[in-house]
Ligand binder design. Sequence first.
Ligand code: 3NM
Length: 547
Amino acid sequence: MKPQVEYSLYLVTDSTEALLGDRDLVEVVEQALLGGVTIVQYRDKTSDTGDLVATATALHEKCKLHNIPLVINDRVDVALAVGCEGVHLGQDDMDVASARAILGPDRIIGATVSSIEEARKAVERGADYLGIGTLYATNTKKNTKDIIGINGIRKILKYLDDADEPSQKVKTVCIGGVNASNLQRVLYQLYAPSSLSKPKTIDGVAVVSAIIGVRDPRTAASHLRSLIASPHPFAATPQPTLDASKLDDSTLKQSVIRAVKAVHETSPLSHNMTNLVVQNISANIALAIGASPIMSNNGAEAPDLAKLGGGLVINMGTVTPEALSNHRKAIEAYNAAGGPVVLDPVGAGATSARKEALTFLLASGYFDLIKGNEREIMAVARASGFTLDDTTQQRGVDSGTSLFSTPQKAYIVSRIALRERTIVLMTGAVDLISNGTHTLAIANGHPYLGMVTGSGCSLGTTISAYLAANKEGKFLAAVAGLLHYEIAAEDAAKREDVRGPGTFIPAFIDELYLRRVDVVEGRKAWVDRVKVEVVEPIGDFGLLREA
Ligand code: 3NM
């Protein structure tokens, strides 16, 4: 009989100096077993066969004591010699069908896959589980073929879900760069429902350095186990239920007032990795709303800054390879610290470099909110793995004017939000914001905002501060930031001294500051001017299809 396997915490060993140092592998694995790993793969690409068999035998003894299966990377002969539970095969190793013929039906055979085609073949040939990767870049294995990120893994899961019964039943783990700092986000995002049905999700995470490369593998393994077992903080965040009848009165307005005050009282750091054009105005706007701006594009600073409890804005405005590598470091740091991250995919879709940059960023970590104009959000839809309806694609290159109606926009933002498990804000004359469950249309603002450079980018800055100061209710915090911004713009545009976009800018900074002071000093009348509507139900316009 094939052993029953629990895949949730899958340990892959590494015997290299860089990770194992001078420690004994068998002792390290024993500690990991005590910590709670649920399956072990012995992976050693360099040792002689005799040494492999000796080490595998010793590892198997330890695993048996804990009732944990051991599989051998690549070497079917070693698995047979040791009599362990199975093998794990890479794309360059023996194929799954041949290994199955040798090992018989009762051994576990796993396969590394990084594409739908590889997944299809591995299942057809009889794999019990798939190791899907590479999720994130990792120092442990440099020669990985592809970094496919959350979206690449999601596509493979979706394919398995829609395919035949063996595909639906095959077990899955993801691998590459998983550690305690990102594990919960990875599981959370991979659980993202892509349709109304309950999706196929990942059965576990495979890790190397997060256990083998640390001083205390037992504690590390047990910490990872507890993270797997506990509710993810992002999922646990209570999302207030909104309905149209409640919107007129207290829920929304109270939450705006609370959020404005929270920014004022906590003065959260807004860490901007933004483009050169807007640094100055974004910093001034951050100060006006009561936040504390820092414009640092150096990823090496991010771990220290992330500890200060603020939010991060990744703005793709002046994207270069060097900037992207700094962005990735910062996203990892803020994800690890639990600080909110806003993505502003400026100009996404305009050039192929920007499209690639967007895919790279989405694969780099978790964003709490993605904001952009219509075009940018459509680029996000594509990068998130949606196929766009043909007419949408065509019209997408024609003009700068809006292509979609408000109900269509609501459909688009809610689909992306659900898939990415994030908040999506599409700006425009009417803004649409959705967390996948609730979608709001907001009609505040003024056309001058569209005539000055940096107003979109500075909205990202504003929202980052609102999210950082109001961590317990991200959706309404983002709405509050947007309303503060847009109502201040209305007030600035009305002023007699404002004659056009040039005089608008200083007036806008003043009015942002004044609306904050109003709330702090108890003058809350401006909050009554919100123009917010719940969009419900969301129609299915068929504009975005699962790839
Ligand atoms: N296989 P860490 S990535 C062994 O993508 C391995 O197939 C990969 O190491 C793949 O957990 C990888 O230290 C190394 O990032 C993963």
